[in-house]
Design a protein around this ligand. Structure first.
Ligand code: SF4
Length: 180
């Protein structure tokens, strides 16, 4: 009984976070532009904590990556099939493929919101681990609600959408939250 109430409460908090608090903070961010990314970070972190508290365990987990993780010098097309990657190790894609293989998980590159939505519609996962920038992650997590998503934001040492990186350890940690 108490466990059910606790789960309902967490679901309510998550819905409030993504459907009310997030749009409010984005409205505020339109006026205080310097704070917008920290508001997005706040929403992602709060969502991640709530999703972890739900204690969902599944093997139907989808890992979604942004195309900008692939370095610009690589001309291999990995958007249709990430297994085309030659695993040269010049970008994080190689390590993430290894992580997905070790856990027997589906791994895809989403080049935009509509592709991400199509992947979710086709694959119908129980949960998602998504890598993207704060803007795409926060909006993607809110769009996908009530589907449980843990977001890991990428690092952008060369600016947005170009040769980005991600902490493979943080992706593994997010995966561990879902798998048995
Ligand atoms: S690991 Fe190498 S082959 Fe694979 S996407 Fe990155 S640069 Fe291209």
């Amino acid at each position: 009984m108490w466990v059910k109430l606790k789960i309902l409460w967490i679901r309510f908090l998550r819905a409030f976070t993504l459907k009310i608090l997030y749009p409010f903070l984005m409205l505020l961010g339109a006026f205080i532009k310097s704070k917008k990314e920290s508001f997005q970070d706040f929403i992602i972190n709060l969502n991640n904590k709530l999703v972890k508290k739900l204690g969902i365990k599944t093997s139907k987990l989808l890992i979604m990556l942004p195309h900008c993780l692939q370095i610009d010098k690589c001309d291999i097309r990995i958007t249709n099939d990430i297994n085309n990657c030659k695993r040269c190790g010049r970008c994080n894609v190689k390590d993430l493929i290894t992580v997905a293989e070790e856990c027997n998980l589906k791994l895809y590159v989403a080049t935009g919101g509509s592709i991400a939505r199509k992947l979710v519609k086709d694959i119908r996962p129980d949960a998602i681990v998504a890598v993207a920038c704060q803007r795409d992650l926060s909006s993607g997590i809110a769009d996908s609600h009530p589907l449980p998503v843990i977001g890991v934001h990428n690092e952008r040492p060369f600016g947005p959408c170009y040769n980005t990186k991600v902490s493979v350890e943080k992706v593994q940690e997010a995966i561990r939250a879902f798998i048995q």
